[in-house]
Design a protein around this ligand. Structure first.
Ligand code: AFP
Length: 317
């Protein structure tokens, strides 16, 4: 029983002995500066979760994509940037909510991409929201494969954090009584057989090959679940297997896809590939695409490898 902690020991009078690993301990296995960065994000997320109920308004400003921002989009963005500044390890931050890069420390080692508040249109209906972060060294203008870490936080019924540093995917749940993120799943893998599918956009705007593919999956019994927050949709694919897509739509809408390569697609694809899944822009892995601009959008398909391969064949025609 050495190194094992007693955890939740008073369940109906029984003593339950479980290994309880906190995030800080788990991060001891990785580079110390990267560990500090991930810990900073986790602590900031706890503060955000606490403030969520009080900050649900619209800010009446627009982000770089012309979308109306919520108060939380702006506040979380500023908060993460401030915390990164204090940490001193971050060189620049590229954020979905900022027109320009935030230049924090010329000597900082990390280049951070952030969608600080993913799924803000879920606020009025009280559905899930999230934070998505990608971490690079040297530059943002490189393939997603070169990320040194990626993670997302879900502000769900339980605050959760899923991270990878390129050696598997680990999921933590926040336990308020302990004020700690506790390891829930180490080296989490997608289940071999996928159960779910979730597709963004409207069926009428999908291109015919994708529409046919989606209908085939539904006929084969994959259940449709779509939340409107990318990280939340991905988390259910991580747990139940299947495929998520925000496909290319008819040209006038999102011919080049809706989701953002740097802020959303790259970090999530890194996590999914590390969990044994695959990602694609319809032709090749998202992680092989070199960005040409910070605000680049991309069609995205992620999930079980067999489904992604099949999708690529279906789109080829
Ligand atoms: P917001 O953060 O602006 O709500 O956008 C969320 C998002 O980028 C992504 O998280 C969702 O998968 C997708 O947009 C939802 O788009 P639809 O509203 O078209 O379903």
């Amino acid at each position: 029983m050495k190194n094992k902690l007693i955890y939740d020991s008073d369940v109906i009078g029984m003593t339950v002995i479980m290994v309880s690993v906190i995030l800080k301990e788990h991060l001891k296995a990785i580079d110390t500066e990267l560990a500090s960065l991930i810990l900073t994000i986790s602590k900031t997320a706890v503060g955000i979760k606490e403030r969520l109920p009080y900050m649900r308004g619209i800010a009446e400003t627009q982000n770089i994509y012309g979308e109306l921002q919520s108060a939380l989009d702006l506040w979380t963005d500023q908060l993460f940037i401030e915390e990164f500044r204090k940490l001193g390890l971050v060189n620049k931050v590229a954020s979905e909510e900022q027109k320009n890069l935030a230049r924090l420390n010329d000597n900082g080692r990390f280049f951070v991409t952030s969608d600080p508040f993913d799924g803000s249109s879920n606020l009025p209906s009280n559905n899930l929201v999230a934070t998505i972060v990608g971490v690079y060294e040297k530059d943002f203008y490189t393939e997603g494969r070169n990320q040194v870490a990626a993670l997302y936080v879900l502000y769900g019924p339980v605050l959760s954090l899923v991270y990878t540093v390129g050696e598997g995917v680990h999921e933590f749940l926040y336990k308020p009584s302990k004020k700690e993120f506790i390891l829930e799943n180490e080296n989490k893998r997608l289940p071999e057989k996928g159960k779910l599918c979730g597709f963004g956009g409207s069926r009428k705007d999908w291109l015919p090959p994708f529409r046919k593919f989606a209908e085939e999956l539904e006929e084969e019994g994959l259940k449709v679940r779509y939340s409107g927050a990318f990280a939340a949709d991905i988390n259910q694919i991580l747990h139940y297997g299947g495929i998520f897509a925000y496909p290319a739509l008819k040209e006038k809408l999102y011919g080049k896809g809706k989701l953002r390569l740097l802020f959303e697609a790259n970090p999530i694809s890194f996590v999914m590939e590390q969990a044994g899944g695959a990602s694609s822009n319809g032709k090749r892995s998202i992680l092989e695409v070199k960005p040409t601009s910070l605000d680049q959008r991309i069609p995205i398909y992620v999930g079980n490898e067999n489904l992604i391969k099949r999708l690529e064949r279906a789109l080829k025609g």
